[in-house]
Structure formats: structure tokens, C-alpha cells
Design a protein around this ligand. Structure first.
Ligand SMILES: O=C(O)[C@H](O)[C@@H](O)[C@H](O)[C@H](O)COP(=O)(O)O
Length: 242
């Protein structure tokens, strides 16, 4: 199933998606014994969603002890670097949610390690064959997702679940990323996209353009495009839900 949900503004998108995510996870917790497995992304929209999500947790009765948190990609920088996804996200979530170390799986930081490939291999081991219930993905203007970039070796590599990414076209150049194969194990993939500058990539990705990562990363059960009006500007009106 593929759906486009269009919101008037990025703030509407943020609020509605945080609540959608909360309802979805609480709903899963009511029906499965396994912990729910959530894979996070970096990016501005995602970070705003995490803030609203954390605010809602008490009211919705989320059992944080049964939420596993993973990351789709990471900037390969030292722990204290403020641009690291996990540090920023955990700081937001921890204001409201008890973060449980054994359930929280940040990607390795470049603390005295020069090799993102070795760190990627360590994360691959930790990940095993985990299947995410929901994978959140921001998308760049070039259609990149996680740290998989178009016209780049990160998009071509086969047979790995997690890779070190070197010479990324977006700074910093050294990163760690789940591969397309791993992202595509997700039950649901939710794209979070706002802004007119993303409209061309959204159009191509929703149409399934195989030349860009967002054109081929899909959830096994569902793929949701959660977009604001500006990002949805080139999509056919009838294809959107409101
Ligand atoms: O690691 C990064 O540099 C960012 O996380 C990046 O990959 C981001 O996810 C997308 O560019 C969408 O970001 P926005 O939602 O902020 O546009």
C-alpha cells in the first residue's frame, strides 16, 4: 500500500505525523508481545516530530520499555559532535521519555576510530535480522534517504545490511547507513518531506524512479508520504489524502 498524506503547512505535517506515529506504536503494543521497533532519521522535520511525539507519550500511554529505537544513518563524527543524529534526537526524547539503554541502538561514533566500515560492520552485527515496524525517512532534494545517495557507490552496493559511506555529497563526508535492502525489510516506511525545493524529487520518488534512493525504498506492508503542500506541489491532486 502506498499513500500520500498532504498537509497545509510543515507544522501541520509535524503535529499530525507525531500523533499518527504515537497511535500506531500504541496500537501495535496492544496487539503484539514483541517490542515495537522504530528506525529513526535525522533532518529538521523529523526532529520537530520527535519533540511533539515525546510530549504526547504520557497521554497516549506509550510503554517506552517496549520500544526499540534504531537509526537509519549517522554522521560518522565523535559522540560530542552536535551534528550527530543520535545525540540530538536522544536529547529531545529524553526530556520526556525514559530512555532505556538496552532498547536504544545508536550507530557507533567516531571516537578515536577512523574507519566507518568497521563501525558499520559492528552495527550490522547488532542489528542482525531486525525488522522495523516503522522506518522514518527524511529525503534530500536529490532524493537521498538515510545516507544512500543517487549516483554514488552507497546506492550500488549489494549484500551488506549496513555500510560505511565515504565521500558523501552532503557534509560530513563520512557516514554510516543502512542499505536499501535493509530499509526495505521495514514493515512500514514513512517519508517526512516539506518544502517546495523537494517537489521535483517527491514527484519522481512517488512515481518510483529507480535512479534515486527514494524511488526504490519501500515498506513491505505500507509506504506513507507525509508531505506539506509545497513538497506535494507536483503530485496529481487526486493522489493525495488530506
Ligand atoms: O544526515 C543528514 O545530513 C540529514 O539527516 C539528511 O540526510 C536529511 O535527512 C535530509 O536531507 C532531509 O532533511 P530535512 O528534513 O531537514 O530537509
Amino acid at each position: 500500500m502506498e499513500q500520500v498524506w498532504r498537509y497545509a503547512t510543515s507544522a501541520d505535517l509535524t503535529d499530525a505525523t507525531a500523533e499518527r506515529l504515537m497511535r500506531h506504536l500504541v496500537g501495535l503494543q496492544a496487539t503484539q508481545d514483541e517490542p515495537v521497533r522504530l528506525c529513526l532519521t535525522g533532518g529538521r522535520i523529523a526532529n520537530r516530530i520527535y519533540e511533539v511525539f515525546a510530549d504526547l507519550a504520557d497521554d497516549f500511554g506509550l510503554d517506552q520499555a517496549r520500544v526499540e529505537i534504531w537509526w537509519g544513518d549517522e554522521r560518522f563524527v565523535p559522540t560530542e559532535d552536535p551534528t550527530r543524529h543520535a545525540g540530538h534526537t536522544l536529547a529531545i526524547l529524553a526530556r520526556k521519555l525514559p530512555m532505556i539503554a538496552s532498547m536504544t541502538h545508536p550507530m557507533p561514533a567516531a571516537d578515536g576510530i577512523a574507519d566507518s566500515d568497521a563501525s558499520a560492520a559492528a552495527y550490522a552485527k547488532e542489528l542482525g535480522d531486525t525488522v522495523f515496524d516503522v522506518t522514518l525517512l527524511g529525503m534530500g532534494v536529490d532524493g537521498h534517504v538515510a545516507s544512500i545517495f543517487p549516483d554514488h557507490p552507497s546506492f550500488a552496493l549489494q549484500g551488506h545490511s549496513v555500510i560505511g559511506v565515504n565521500d558523501a555529497p552532503l557534509g560530513p563526508p563520512s557516514r554510516i547507513s543502512l542499505t536499501v535492502e535493509t530499509l526495505n525489510r521495514s514493515r512500514e516506511v514513512w517519508y517526512l518531506v516539506a518544502g517546495e525545493e523537494k517537489a521535483v524529487a517527491v514527484e519522481a520518488s512517488v512515481a518510483g524512479d529507480p535512479a534515486i534512493p527514494a524511488g526504490v525504498v519501500r515498506g513491505r506492508d505500507a509506504t506513507l508520504w507525509l508531505v506539506d503542500r509545497a513538497a506535494a506541489g507536483l503530485l496529481p491532486y487526486h493522489s493525495c489524502s488530506f
